[in-house]
Write a new protein. Structure first.
Length: 249
């Protein structure tokens, strides 16, 4: 399979608070593959995704995306990765910004793209419909259920046809049934649109349906499901999480 993402010996350390860094992290992800990084909250999963997305710079090591070393890109080029070749889906959605979901989903199509005036709206409606959440077009983030938020975030991800989708804790808190449904949906989208997916999750469950599963603890990454390994996989007992109802806001 064609290489999409490579991290080789990546370090990212912080002087502040409880935020975890990365201690020589290495991983590979191919085009069309789905990888899950599982770890307790604060273990450094978001830091890992931010390094991949160009939002954080590693202090040591190499990050290659589509064959390019991200350290060789300008700050402007790295900033343009998100919303371009890389999509980001998070449980925080638009944060404090107030958007109707139709506008939010179409947002990546506005900047730097020569589209006809109504094309972003058309594509955003089509993406919401593809994810089965077209009824959310006129709602704001605070009005959505947990499952609707998953659909809206994935709709925004596919609207601009990325090469890589980064999913940060988006499916945490869903029921087991909805977690599996979300993973099946993500796999379907990856196959349909041809992108790779790297997911940060707080337990191992999503990784059971992924191509690659790593655990992250104390900044160190362990691959659990590598084929042809001669040793038993290291199993880390992650904290149990309380499941929220799919309809909980």
């Amino acid at each position: 399979m064609r290489e999409l993402l490579v991290l080789d010996g990546v370090w990212r350390e912080f002087d502040r608070g409880a935020e975890r860094g990365l201690a020589g992290v290495s991983l590979q992800l191919a085009v069309g593959e789905i990888g899950v990084v599982a770890g307790a909250r604060g273990s450094g999963k978001t830091t890992l995704l931010r390094v991949v997305g160009g939002m954080e710079s590693p202090q040591r090591g190499v990050v290659r995306f589509c064959g390019r070393d991200l350290s060789g890109l300008s700050e402007g080029d790295r900033a343009r990765l998100l919303g371009g070749d890389i999509a980001w889906a998070s449980r925080t959605g638009p944060g404090r910004m107030q958007f109707k979901m139709l506008d939010y989903v179409g947002l990546p199509l506005i900047s730097g793209r020569r589209l006809r005036r109504r094309e972003p709206e058309r594509r955003a409606r089509a993406a919401l419909k593809r994810l089965g959440v077209d009824g959310c077009a006129g709602l704001e983030w605070s009005e959505l259920s947990g499952w609707q938020r998953v659909g809206v975030e994935l709709a925004q991800a596919i609207v601009h046809r990325p090469a890589l989708l980064l999913v940060d804790d988006l499916i945490d808190g869903l029921s087991m049934r909805h977690t599996r449904e979300a993973m099946r949906l993500i796999r379907s989208l990856a196959g349909e649109f041809g992108f790779g997916v790297l997911i940060a999750a707080s337990d191992l469950e999503p990784g059971m349906l992924a191509d690659r599963l790593w655990t992250l603890e104390e900044g160190e990454l362990t691959l659990l499901n590598e084929e042809d390994t001669e040793t038993d996989p290291v199993v880390i007992d992650l904290p149990k999480r309380r499941r929220a109802s799919p309809g909980t806001r």
